[in-house]
Design a protein around this ligand. Structure first.
Ligand code: SF4
Ligand code: SF4
Length: 279
Protein backbone atom coordinates (compact mmCIF):
# COMPACT_ATOMS: atom_id res chain seq x y z
CA UNK A 1 0.00 0.00 0.00
CA UNK A 2 1.45 3.35 -0.99
CA UNK A 3 1.53 6.40 1.25
CA UNK A 4 3.10 6.87 4.69
CA UNK A 5 2.55 9.41 7.50
CA UNK A 6 6.13 8.98 8.75
CA UNK A 7 9.29 10.06 6.99
CA UNK A 8 11.96 7.77 8.47
CA UNK A 9 15.35 8.97 7.30
CA UNK A 10 16.48 5.34 6.85
CA UNK A 11 13.32 4.28 4.94
CA UNK A 12 13.96 1.07 2.97
CA UNK A 13 10.89 1.47 0.76
CA UNK A 14 11.16 5.04 -0.56
CA UNK A 15 9.02 4.13 -3.57
CA UNK A 16 6.05 3.64 -1.23
CA UNK A 17 6.19 6.98 0.62
CA UNK A 18 4.24 8.94 -2.04
CA UNK A 19 0.55 7.96 -2.04
CA UNK A 20 0.19 8.36 -5.78
CA UNK A 21 1.52 6.02 -8.44
CA UNK A 22 4.69 7.01 -10.28
CA UNK A 23 7.06 5.81 -12.98
CA UNK A 24 10.59 4.70 -12.20
CA UNK A 25 13.42 4.80 -14.75
CA UNK A 26 16.23 2.24 -14.69
CA UNK A 27 19.17 3.81 -16.48
CA UNK A 28 21.08 0.57 -16.95
CA UNK A 29 18.29 -0.81 -19.14
CA UNK A 30 17.63 2.32 -21.19
CA UNK A 31 18.90 2.37 -24.80
CA UNK A 32 17.85 6.00 -25.35
CA UNK A 33 15.39 5.21 -28.15
CA UNK A 34 13.02 8.04 -27.17
CA UNK A 35 9.87 5.96 -27.68
CA UNK A 36 8.55 6.84 -24.23
CA UNK A 37 8.61 10.55 -25.07
CA UNK A 38 6.70 9.91 -28.29
CA UNK A 39 3.94 7.78 -26.82
CA UNK A 40 3.19 9.74 -23.62
CA UNK A 41 -0.33 11.18 -24.09
CA UNK A 42 0.47 13.93 -21.57
CA UNK A 43 3.74 14.95 -23.25
CA UNK A 44 5.19 14.48 -19.79
CA UNK A 45 8.56 12.91 -20.53
CA UNK A 46 11.80 14.84 -20.87
CA UNK A 47 15.38 13.76 -21.51
CA UNK A 48 18.67 15.22 -20.36
CA UNK A 49 22.17 14.07 -19.48
CA UNK A 50 20.84 12.54 -16.24
CA UNK A 51 18.33 10.37 -18.11
CA UNK A 52 14.57 10.13 -18.55
CA UNK A 53 12.28 12.19 -16.33
CA UNK A 54 8.50 12.15 -15.88
CA UNK A 55 6.63 15.36 -15.14
CA UNK A 56 4.70 16.05 -11.95
CA UNK A 57 1.50 15.96 -13.97
CA UNK A 58 2.14 12.34 -15.05
CA UNK A 59 -1.12 10.52 -14.40
CA UNK A 60 0.50 7.09 -14.26
CA UNK A 61 -1.42 5.82 -17.26
CA UNK A 62 1.37 3.30 -17.86
CA UNK A 63 1.63 3.84 -21.63
CA UNK A 64 5.36 4.51 -21.54
CA UNK A 65 6.05 1.48 -19.34
CA UNK A 66 4.15 -0.76 -21.77
CA UNK A 67 5.83 0.66 -24.86
CA UNK A 68 9.42 0.84 -23.59
CA UNK A 69 11.23 -1.92 -25.51
CA UNK A 70 13.69 -2.70 -22.71
CA UNK A 71 11.47 -2.43 -19.62
CA UNK A 72 13.56 0.50 -18.41
CA UNK A 73 10.38 2.14 -17.13
CA UNK A 74 8.31 0.61 -14.36
CA UNK A 75 5.00 1.73 -12.94
CA UNK A 76 5.11 1.82 -9.14
CA UNK A 77 1.63 1.64 -7.69
CA UNK A 78 -1.37 0.06 -9.38
CA UNK A 79 -4.96 0.90 -8.54
CA UNK A 80 -7.02 -2.18 -7.73
CA UNK A 81 -10.54 -2.72 -6.51
CA UNK A 82 -10.56 -4.90 -3.40
CA UNK A 83 -12.11 -7.75 -5.42
CA UNK A 84 -9.40 -7.56 -8.06
CA UNK A 85 -6.65 -7.33 -5.46
CA UNK A 86 -8.05 -10.38 -3.71
CA UNK A 87 -7.94 -12.31 -6.99
CA UNK A 88 -4.28 -11.37 -7.38
CA UNK A 89 -3.27 -12.46 -3.89
CA UNK A 90 -5.31 -15.65 -3.79
CA UNK A 91 -4.12 -17.05 -7.11
CA UNK A 92 -0.88 -18.36 -5.58
CA UNK A 93 -2.55 -19.93 -2.57
CA UNK A 94 -1.53 -23.44 -3.64
CA UNK A 95 2.13 -22.45 -3.21
CA UNK A 96 1.85 -20.86 0.25
CA UNK A 97 2.20 -24.00 2.32
CA UNK A 98 0.32 -24.52 5.56
CA UNK A 99 1.68 -21.39 7.27
CA UNK A 100 1.12 -19.03 4.35
CA UNK A 101 -1.30 -16.15 4.10
CA UNK A 102 -1.63 -12.48 3.24
CA UNK A 103 0.58 -9.74 4.69
CA UNK A 104 -0.36 -6.14 3.99
CA UNK A 105 2.41 -3.59 4.37
CA UNK A 106 3.47 -0.25 2.91
CA UNK A 107 4.11 2.64 3.23
CA UNK A 108 1.58 2.53 6.00
CA UNK A 109 -1.23 0.17 5.10
CA UNK A 110 -3.70 1.64 7.56
CA UNK A 111 -3.83 4.88 5.55
CA UNK A 112 -6.11 2.81 3.30
CA UNK A 113 -7.63 0.94 6.21
CA UNK A 114 -11.12 0.57 4.76
CA UNK A 115 -9.70 -1.34 1.81
CA UNK A 116 -7.46 -3.42 4.09
CA UNK A 117 -10.51 -4.21 6.22
CA UNK A 118 -12.52 -5.30 3.18
CA UNK A 119 -9.60 -7.41 1.95
CA UNK A 120 -9.08 -9.05 5.34
CA UNK A 121 -12.80 -9.81 5.63
CA UNK A 122 -12.61 -11.65 2.32
CA UNK A 123 -9.52 -13.50 3.54
CA UNK A 124 -11.23 -14.62 6.72
CA UNK A 125 -14.30 -15.81 4.81
CA UNK A 126 -11.92 -18.12 2.91
CA UNK A 127 -9.83 -19.12 5.92
CA UNK A 128 -6.75 -17.19 4.77
CA UNK A 129 -4.29 -16.04 7.46
CA UNK A 130 -3.91 -12.24 7.67
CA UNK A 131 -0.97 -10.15 8.87
CA UNK A 132 -0.85 -6.36 9.15
CA UNK A 133 2.51 -4.62 9.03
CA UNK A 134 2.00 -1.21 10.67
CA UNK A 135 3.86 1.74 12.14
CA UNK A 136 0.95 2.22 14.55
CA UNK A 137 0.38 5.83 13.51
CA UNK A 138 -3.35 6.08 12.99
CA UNK A 139 -6.50 6.61 15.01
CA UNK A 140 -7.43 3.95 17.60
CA UNK A 141 -10.74 3.30 15.83
CA UNK A 142 -8.84 2.07 12.79
CA UNK A 143 -7.04 -0.63 14.80
CA UNK A 144 -10.25 -1.51 16.63
CA UNK A 145 -11.96 -2.11 13.29
CA UNK A 146 -9.09 -4.24 11.95
CA UNK A 147 -8.49 -6.30 15.10
CA UNK A 148 -11.20 -8.97 14.54
CA UNK A 149 -9.88 -9.72 11.05
CA UNK A 150 -6.13 -9.56 11.71
CA UNK A 151 -4.41 -12.76 12.79
CA UNK A 152 -1.13 -11.06 13.63
CA UNK A 153 0.10 -7.49 13.94
CA UNK A 154 3.68 -6.73 12.89
CA UNK A 155 4.05 -3.54 14.89
CA UNK A 156 7.01 -1.20 14.51
CA UNK A 157 8.43 0.59 17.54
CA UNK A 158 11.40 2.64 16.50
CA UNK A 159 12.51 5.19 19.06
CA UNK A 160 11.68 5.55 22.74
CA UNK A 161 12.65 9.19 23.03
CA UNK A 162 10.00 11.42 21.48
CA UNK A 163 12.40 14.16 20.39
CA UNK A 164 14.53 11.56 18.63
CA UNK A 165 11.41 10.05 17.10
CA UNK A 166 10.40 13.42 15.68
CA UNK A 167 13.94 14.05 14.47
CA UNK A 168 14.19 10.75 12.57
CA UNK A 169 10.57 10.14 11.49
CA UNK A 170 9.01 13.61 11.44
CA UNK A 171 6.24 12.49 13.83
CA UNK A 172 5.79 12.08 17.58
CA UNK A 173 5.72 8.53 18.99
CA UNK A 174 2.85 9.37 21.38
CA UNK A 175 0.01 7.99 19.28
CA UNK A 176 2.09 4.94 18.32
CA UNK A 177 2.78 4.08 21.97
CA UNK A 178 -0.84 4.73 22.99
CA UNK A 179 -2.10 2.39 20.30
CA UNK A 180 0.48 -0.20 21.30
CA UNK A 181 -0.62 -0.03 24.94
CA UNK A 182 -4.19 -0.64 23.88
CA UNK A 183 -3.32 -3.43 21.43
CA UNK A 184 -1.08 -5.21 23.95
CA UNK A 185 -4.06 -5.29 26.31
CA UNK A 186 -6.21 -7.19 23.81
CA UNK A 187 -5.84 -10.83 22.79
CA UNK A 188 -4.11 -9.83 19.54
CA UNK A 189 -1.03 -11.74 18.40
CA UNK A 190 1.77 -9.18 18.09
CA UNK A 191 5.32 -9.22 16.82
CA UNK A 192 7.10 -5.96 17.52
CA UNK A 193 9.85 -4.96 15.13
CA UNK A 194 12.57 -2.38 15.73
CA UNK A 195 14.92 -1.43 12.92
CA UNK A 196 18.43 -1.18 14.36
CA UNK A 197 19.83 1.79 12.51
CA UNK A 198 23.47 2.85 13.09
CA UNK A 199 23.62 6.19 14.86
CA UNK A 200 19.84 6.44 15.23
CA UNK A 201 18.06 3.56 16.99
CA UNK A 202 21.07 1.43 18.00
CA UNK A 203 21.71 2.94 21.43
CA UNK A 204 21.54 1.14 24.78
CA UNK A 205 19.11 3.82 26.01
CA UNK A 206 16.72 3.27 23.14
CA UNK A 207 16.56 -0.49 23.63
CA UNK A 208 16.23 -0.10 27.41
CA UNK A 209 13.35 2.34 26.97
CA UNK A 210 11.54 0.20 24.40
CA UNK A 211 12.06 -2.93 26.51
CA UNK A 212 10.09 -1.27 29.30
CA UNK A 213 7.19 -0.79 26.89
CA UNK A 214 7.30 -4.11 25.05
CA UNK A 215 8.10 -6.28 28.10
CA UNK A 216 6.78 -9.82 27.56
CA UNK A 217 3.39 -8.69 26.35
CA UNK A 218 4.01 -9.77 22.76
CA UNK A 219 4.94 -13.04 21.08
CA UNK A 220 8.23 -11.75 19.71
CA UNK A 221 10.29 -8.57 19.60
CA UNK A 222 12.57 -8.60 16.59
CA UNK A 223 15.58 -6.29 16.45
CA UNK A 224 16.14 -6.01 12.69
CA UNK A 225 19.72 -5.19 11.72
CA UNK A 226 20.13 -2.31 9.27
CA UNK A 227 20.88 -3.20 5.66
CA UNK A 228 21.76 -1.00 2.71
CA UNK A 229 20.04 -2.97 -0.05
CA UNK A 230 17.70 -0.07 -0.77
CA UNK A 231 20.44 2.25 -2.07
CA UNK A 232 19.53 1.21 -5.60
CA UNK A 233 15.91 2.35 -5.04
CA UNK A 234 17.08 5.83 -4.04
CA UNK A 235 19.31 5.99 -7.10
CA UNK A 236 16.37 5.09 -9.35
CA UNK A 237 14.20 7.74 -7.71
CA UNK A 238 16.97 10.30 -8.05
CA UNK A 239 16.86 10.90 -4.28
CA UNK A 240 19.68 11.26 -1.80
CA UNK A 241 19.72 8.74 1.07
CA UNK A 242 21.03 9.85 4.48
CA UNK A 243 22.49 6.37 5.06
CA UNK A 244 24.39 6.07 1.79
CA UNK A 245 27.63 4.19 2.45
CA UNK A 246 26.62 3.20 6.00
CA UNK A 247 27.95 -0.23 6.90
CA UNK A 248 26.09 -3.16 8.38
CA UNK A 249 25.70 -3.73 12.11
CA UNK A 250 28.11 -6.11 13.82
CA UNK A 251 26.88 -9.41 15.19
CA UNK A 252 28.39 -8.67 18.62
CA UNK A 253 26.45 -5.40 18.86
CA UNK A 254 23.19 -7.06 17.83
CA UNK A 255 23.76 -9.70 20.53
CA UNK A 256 24.56 -6.96 23.05
CA UNK A 257 21.35 -5.05 22.25
CA UNK A 258 19.30 -8.24 22.49
CA UNK A 259 20.88 -8.92 25.87
CA UNK A 260 20.00 -5.37 26.99
CA UNK A 261 16.40 -6.02 25.98
CA UNK A 262 16.38 -9.24 28.01
CA UNK A 263 17.90 -7.58 31.06
CA UNK A 264 15.34 -4.79 30.90
CA UNK A 265 12.25 -6.94 30.99
CA UNK A 266 11.73 -8.32 27.52
CA UNK A 267 12.78 -11.96 27.24
CA UNK A 268 11.00 -12.27 23.87
CA UNK A 269 13.61 -10.13 22.08
CA UNK A 270 15.58 -11.74 19.24
CA UNK A 271 17.67 -10.21 16.50
CA UNK A 272 17.69 -10.84 12.76
CA UNK A 273 19.40 -9.74 9.57
CA UNK A 274 22.78 -9.81 7.91
CA UNK A 275 25.74 -8.41 9.83
CA UNK A 276 29.20 -7.14 8.89
CA UNK A 277 31.88 -9.77 8.30
CA UNK A 278 34.75 -7.49 9.37
CA UNK A 279 35.38 -4.05 10.88
S1 SF4 B 1 2.76 6.98 -17.14
FE1 SF4 B 1 1.53 7.89 -18.82
S2 SF4 B 1 1.41 10.08 -18.31
FE2 SF4 B 1 3.05 9.22 -17.04
S3 SF4 B 1 4.92 9.59 -18.23
FE3 SF4 B 1 4.21 7.51 -18.76
S4 SF4 B 1 2.91 7.78 -20.58
FE4 SF4 B 1 3.19 9.81 -19.65
S1 SF4 C 1 11.38 3.97 -24.19
FE1 SF4 C 1 12.61 2.95 -22.61
S2 SF4 C 1 14.60 2.54 -23.58
FE2 SF4 C 1 13.53 4.07 -24.86
S3 SF4 C 1 14.27 6.05 -24.04
FE3 SF4 C 1 12.36 5.57 -22.96
S4 SF4 C 1 13.08 4.53 -21.11
FE4 SF4 C 1 14.81 4.49 -22.52
Amino acid sequence: MKGCPLACTWCHNPESIEPRSHVEWKGVLCIGCGICGTVCPQHGITFDEDGVHTADFCNACGTCTRECPTQALELKGINYTVDDLYKVVIKDRAFWGKDGGVTVSGGEATLQWQDVLALFKKCKEDGVHTALDTCGFNQREVFEALLPYTDIFLYDLKLFDDEEHIKYTNQSNKLIFENFEWLAGTDARIWVRTPIIPGATDTDENIKGLAGIVRDRVEKWELCAFNNLCQDKYDRLGKEWDFKGTGLMHKERMEELTQIAHENGSSVAVWSGATALTD
